[in-house]
Design a protein. Structure first.
Length: 317
């Protein structure tokens, strides 16, 4: 990113376009820019996020309970609590206590272990772990909470900030298939494109059709968009995102990783698996400009800050 800034000194405003499939972390990265380079979030924004976080938490636990009941994994002693949670439309402190109790049960923990099949956010365990705090009256989200709030991006969201004496316009667009038709309106005057990949999604399918593998969709989209006539000479920044979840998940789901990438033979070690994923995106890359690759954790502010001071260890010229 620092190299891109140096090459673009003559422009008054550097336009960065955030692209990627749904749930890849684009909006989280945009929120990081507000925390790092602006003054963070105002009280009205935090109130909105508090409501979103409560809704996210309730939706997640209801999804888990529904799956557990369908699989007949809810113990009889939890049935009344489970039914009450399923019927709820909002979380209060009393309901949160019941959620916390049920969450600690083997019934829900076993169901969570199969969350990749449920179209549930990878941050849901964090939310349910913190349900007591989130449910409290007067709850004010921390930046760590805000980064985990899930809101579908519709339309175009712009964030302006200044870094290293340079003004930036960061443009975030929805990643779901229904939102991509709007991308064309953002293509003019782009300096660089940041494309995010949720690398933990190798064993997950799209919420839109429940059949297409998410990483397959991401690779296809990356190849297609880098081949666009609009961006042939554009600088590309590829974020292999959610590296924290990937590192935790890979060891227990290596068979799923190998099933999706049958050519991969290097076992459950993070470094070769990450290098293998990078190679797939380099092969899919169709642009003539530079491609800079970073392993990222968009919810980690320190990690994102380092992107503005460290050279890419995985550059493809």
């Amino acid at each position: 990113i620092d190299e891109m800034i140096k090459e673009d000194r003559k422009q008054q405003l550097t336009k960065l376009l955030l692209l990627g499939t749904g749930d890849s972390g684009k909006s989280t990265f945009a929120r990081q820019m507000k925390v790092i380079f602006q003054s963070g979030f105002g009280s009205a924004e935090l109130q909105k996020f508090a409501s979103v976080l409560r809704d996210n938490t309730l939706a997640a636990v209801q999804t888990l309970i529904s799956e557990a009941k369908n699989s007949k994994k809810i113990h009889k002693k939890y049935e009344k609590i489970a039914d009450r949670i399923l019927q709820a439309t909002e979380i209060d402190s009393d309901l949160a206590t019941h959620i916390s109790k049920l969450w600690q049960s083997k019934d829900l923990q076993d169901t969570w272990s199969k969350c990749n099949k449920l179209h549930i956010s990878s941050n849901s365990n964090y939310l349910i772990d913190n349900v007591i705090r989130i449910s409290q009256t007067g709850f004010i989200p921390t930046p760590e909470d805000v980064f985990r709030a899930k809101m579908k991006t519709t339309g175009i969201v712009e964030t302006t900030f200044e870094a290293r004496g340079k003004k930036f316009l960061l443009v975030d667009v929805g990643g779901q298939r229904t939102e991509r038709r709007k991308w064309l309106h953002t293509f003019e005057g782009v300096t660089a494109i940041i494309f995010l990949v949720a690398i933990d999604e190798y064993d997950m399918t799209l919420a839109e059709d429940n059949r297409t593998n998410r990483m397959t969709e991401s690779l296809r989209l990356f190849g297609e968009i880098t081949n666009s006539e609009y961006f042939k000479e554009t600088t590309w920044i590829l974020f292999l995102n959610k590296i924290d979840i990937f590192a935790t998940k890979l060891r227990s789901t290596i068979k799923d990783f190998e099933a999706h990438f049958p050519e991969y033979k290097s076992g459950p070690e993070i470094k070769p698996a990450l290098e293998y994923i990078q190679k797939q995106y380099e092969l899919a890359f169709k642009g003539n400009g530079k491609l800079h690759v970073f392993g990222t954790c968009a919810i980690d502010t320190n990690n994102i800050c380092l992107l503005y001071t460290s050279p890419s260890p995985r550059d493809r010229q």
